[in-house]
Write a protein that binds this ligand. Structure first.
Ligand SMILES: NC(=O)C1=CN([C@@H]2O[C@H](COP(=O)(O)OP(=O)(O)OC[C@H]3O[C@@H](n4cnc5c(N)ncnc54)[C@H](O)[C@@H]3O)[C@@H](O)[C@H]2O)C=CC1
Ligand SMILES: O=C(CO)COP(=O)(O)O
Length: 430
């Protein structure tokens, strides 16, 4: 009996190890940077060689105090700057620091930078988390952007344009930028890819990180899997290799649109899921709502050229599950309070956290109205339109629920052929 249990335990352990092994590592390769460590010191990641040869090797300021770390630094000079010292910026900087990479956090205020440098904690975000000593913070873009090998952007979507415009002059034309922000800008109806290209130019290589990845769990070193998408697969591969370690596993993709649509829509579905819980509904309602929400995400994704497999992947269904069912989501919490009967004004006045789904919801329905063909789009996207009208104050969560429950009968999947046709086809089969 003990032997059987041990075999079962061992195979479960091996499965988990398989899921979270670093991107290029063989089953028993050392964790983190295993692929990069195979390269000689003279070699650099292919995306860097191609885009930025003139700027390698980087300045000697790379050799800052390494502090204590689990992993060895990569065998070539590299430095990362994370723009945005909020929850996720801190988490992304922590991942890089854990992998031995000198990382600078660009924050808005020098007092916060000094606090982080001295106490290795953020005064406001990530309470009770001690940051790796390798993370340095500054409020001076000139100090950390011109010689960064990679720049990570982690400022909320609605503030990104203003922020990027203020720092663009410090970012050299070829430096690759990895965006971790999720959402659609209300003014332009653009995704992060559009905002970045408009603010930093469309020649530079961009990548987009998304998936179920709560900042706190990352900082606590709990196993997390994400996807990094880029039209430049070499860049996605290099970033994924650089960031993957024993607790952070990056997959790669070329489907930027799909990854961005998932990241934006899941926040709106999470608000709906929170309302469902706040209304006191049960597991049946929640499961039905989230599944139908993912269907709307897929419909929108396919309209915009995303791959169906991306929607069912980490950045789509995966992040939707994390955000709708996990306790940490700010969007789910926002929806919960709405479902309990609080008004938008009350929630906004008493909350220090940004629920990005609120703005994204507005942007999404405008985007659908502008870009999608057909009439009664609200019947094609009832959850997305329903959340928007609740946030606008034209419907209550209870009325929204009643609306969903009295929808006209329709095929479960929008791309299914009508039933009669399928029957006829089957009848014709030999
Ligand atoms: N928190 C999380 O667990 C995750 C967050 N993300 C994404 O990362 C991005 C950043 O999110 P968080 O770090 O959680 O946000 P946050 O609300 O914790 O921090 C926002 C940061 O942006 C900075 N900022 C720069 N310009 C700003 C301006 N004009 N107004 C307000 N803030 C400004 C703030 O100083 C702050 O450091 C978001 O798009 C979010 O969707 C993605 C995955 C997980
Ligand atoms: O995107 C997230 C986790 O993947 C964070 O979600 P919230 O913004 O709802 O907290």
């Amino acid at each position: 009996m003990v032997a059987i249990l041990n075999v079962g335990y061992l195979s479960l352990l091996l499965t988990l190890v398989g899921i979270f092994l670093p991107l290029h590592g063989s089953a028993f390769a050392p964790p983190g940077l295993s692929h990069l460590n195979k390269r000689t010191v003279a070699q650099f990641p292919p995306s860097q060689r191609r885009h930025d040869e003139s700027r390698l090797p980087v300045s000697s300021s790379t050799q800052i105090n390494m502090g204590s770390s689990m992993n060895q630094p990569p065998p070539y000079p590299i430095r990362v700057t994370v723009m945005g010292g909020g929850n996720f910026g801190l988490a992304l900087a922590t991942i890089c620091a854990r992998n031995g990479i000198p990382v600078t956090l660009l924050v808005r205020n020098q007092e916060i930078a000094t606090h982080i440098n001295q106490k290795h904690q953020h005064p406001r975000y990530m309470q009770n988390i001690t940051l790796p000593t390798r993370i340095r913070a500054t409020s001076d873009p000139n100090e950390c952007l011109p010689d960064a090998t990679y720049i990570i952007h982690s400022v909320p979507c609605q503030y990104s344009r203003e922020f990027l415009s203020s720092v663009s002059e410090y970012i050299p034309p070829n430096t690759p930028v990895l965006s971790a922000s999720k959402g659609i800008e209300t003014k332009s109806l653009g995704f992060m890819a559009d905002i970045l290209k408009e603010c930093l130019g469309d020649e530079r290589p961009y990548a987009f990180l998304s998936g179920p990845s709560f900042a706190r769990e990352i900082c606590e070193g709990v196993a997390t899997a994400v996807v990094i998408a880029s039209e430049d697969l070499d860049l996605a591969r290099d970033l994924a290799t650089m960031m993957s370690d024993e607790s952070f596993r990056c997959f790669i993709s070329k489907d930027v649109v799909g990854v961005e649509i998932g990241g934006a829509v899941k926040n709106v579905i999470a608000i709906a899921a929170g309302m469902c819980e706040g209304l006191g509904l049960g597991t049946n309602a929640m499961s039905g709502l989230v599944t139908r929400g993912c269907g709307e995400m897929r419909r929108l994704g396919l309209t915009f050229g995303a791959r169906s497999s991306t929607i069912s992947g980490l950045s789509g269904v995966g992040d939707t599950f994390g955000t709708c069912f996990g306790p940490l989501s700010r969007n789910r919490k926002f929806g919960y309070r709405l479902g309990r009967g609080e008004t938008m004004e009350e929630i906004l006045a008493s909350s220090t956290e940004v629920a990005e789904g609120v703005d994204t919801s507005k942007a999404l329905v405008n985007l659908i109205r502008t870009k999608c063909k057909g009439y009664r789009l609200d019947l094609k996207y009832p959850i997305l339109f329903g959340v928007a009208s609740i946030l606008e104050g034209t419907t209550t969560p209870m009325e929204g629920l009643k609306g969903l429950m009295s929808m006209p009968m329709q095929m479960e999947n929008f791309d299914e052929r009508p039933y009669e046709f399928v029957v006829k086809e089957e009848e014709c089969e030999p």
